[in-house]
Design a protein around this ligand. Structure first.
Ligand SMILES: C[S@@+](CC[C@H](N)C(=O)[O-])C[C@H]1O[C@@H](n2cnc3c(N)ncnc32)[C@H](O)[C@@H]1O
Length: 415
């Protein structure tokens, strides 16, 4: 499942008619006026979509896509929360694959943690840790690619908002809008500023881009960006809910931040991207570091992307010319760079923790193995089966599958 991301690609289609909304749970949009958009628009859109790794659609063809699609306005219903409001614009085929009643989320946020929205110096409103909040449902969901030529995006958002209660609509209108009026209307501006990328649970749809959507979450959309975020979004498509997962300890009163872009590039590149997409000059603590530290930080981030100097576990086990400490030292260096840069959001963080635990295991170092296996387990949520297996290895390290491989003369011949 792609991680929830903040989508950056938006395009308005031409406006021709308004959408008649109904109070029924689903209403279907007219298809009779669908026609292919201008060739140049198609070419640009095809290039954007084919090169976007989130969409994973290297052969996307907009004209063909439009010819085949029909959309509906649909209200999602929840088994656990009859009053929760989610209005959606959905491809009809996608809607038909979703459950009629969304089930309750199975993973809850850690108990005892609640959040407050407070003002954050120079960065507008933001979410701060207060003292239990459960995963949130979106109020509004629309496809990442709206291939409708009969309605403008503004018409579509207006029709969706019309289906929400007055209070929720007002809260939507209070969200930040980073887009100038010359670029787009208010509703599109609010969508582009606050929407979080989500993937719907529709494995049977033939085109991956059909699963990719954008959602507005009244509270979670308030999180500001940081180039070293202390939290990340975690979307659960099965229950249609989004959680914030802490990447390191967050104190009471501290601001919760997420990364709007992949933060591994240089400070200059990050700031240029954020300015281009979200129209702000980043004021996070990592950008605010003195210039003398920026060079070091840029180099650390580049090293983390290149993963240079990391021996493979198999080679290290087999090659006596590689020193015993080489594997653990290399991964520990990566862990300390990640921690110094606040980049626990990188997938590689968990892999480095695993590799260090495996290294200690291969060296039969009980203490080192236990410490790092706990850290690896602590960092990522596991299902109860996986954590029971890991706990058993921690209790009885000799049962760990690669135990002693570095010290064994023929490590890979073991069972
Ligand atoms: C999704 S909203 C976040 C919540 C917003 N602060 C609010 O008042 O509702 C995104 C907007 O918040 C502001 N923002 C977010 N992160 C920021 C940062 N690191 N530095 C400066 N402004 C930031 C920018 O104006 C950005 O367009």
């Amino acid at each position: 499942m792609p991680t929830a991301t903040r989508p950056s690609m938006n395009r308005a289609s031409s406006s021709e008619s308004s959408i008649a909304s109904t109070s029924a749970s689903t209403s279907y949009l007219r298809r009779d006026r669908c026609r292919p958009p201008p060739l140049q628009f198609c070419a640009q859109m095809n290039a954007d979509i084919r090169s976007n790794p989130v969409l994973d659609s290297p052969y996307f063809d907009l004209a063909g896509h439009i010819g085949n699609r029909a959309y509906c306005l649909h209200n999602v219903a929840y088994a656990d929360s009859p009053t929760a409001e989610t209005v959606t614009l959905l491809d009809v085929g996608v809607k038909d694959l979703l459950p009629v009643l969304m089930p309750a989320p199975t993973v809850l946020s850690p108990k005892g943690v609640t959040f407050a929205i407070r003002h954050s110096e120079g960065r507008g409103w933001a979410r701060h840790v207060r003292s239990a909040e459960y995963p949130q449902r979106p109020i509004l969901v629309a496809p990442y690619i709206i291939a409708l030529q009969t309605h403008s995006e503004a018409d579509i958002y207006a029709a969706l908002l019309h289906r929400l209660s007055a209070d929720t609509r007002m809260r939507f209108m209070e969200l930040a809008n980073c887009k100038p009026a010359e670029e787009c209307g208010t509703l599109e501006g609010i969508m582009r500023t606050n929407a979080i990328g989500i993937s719907l649970n529709v494995p049977d749809v033939p085109h991956p881009e059909l699963a990719t959507h954008r959602g507005i979450f009244l509270n979670i959309s308030r999180c500001n960006h940081s180039c070293g975020p202390n939290a990340k979004w975690q979307w659960d498509p099965a229950s249609f809910s989004l959680s914030l997962v802490a990447l390191r300890p967050i104190h009471a009163g501290q601001e919760i931040t997420v990364a709007y872009i992949t933060p591994t590039c240089s400070r200059t590149e990050r700031r240029a991207k954020l300015k281009a997409i979200y129209n702000f000059s980043c004021r996070c603590e990592f950008c605010a570091r003195p210039a003398s530290l920026t060079f070091k930080s840029d180099a650390a981030r580049a090293e983390l992307v290149s993963e240079s100097g990391l021996p493979s576990f198999e080679n290290w086990c087999l090659d006596a010319n590689i020193p015993d400490h080489a594997l653990i030292d290399a991964h520990m260096r990566a862990v300390s760079l990640i921690e110094a840069e606040g980049l626990q959001t990188l997938d590689s963080y968990g892999k480095h923790l695993d590799a260090i635990a495996m290294g200690y295991g291969a060296l039969r170092d009980v203490e080192g193995f236990r410490e790092w296996a706990w850290r690896a387990m602590d960092f990522r949520p596991m299902d109860s089966g996986a954590s029971r297996v890991l706990e058993n290895w921690i209790l009885d390290p000799e049962t760990f599958p690669v135990w002693g491989w570095r010290t064994s003369p023929t490590p890979f011949q073991r069972d």
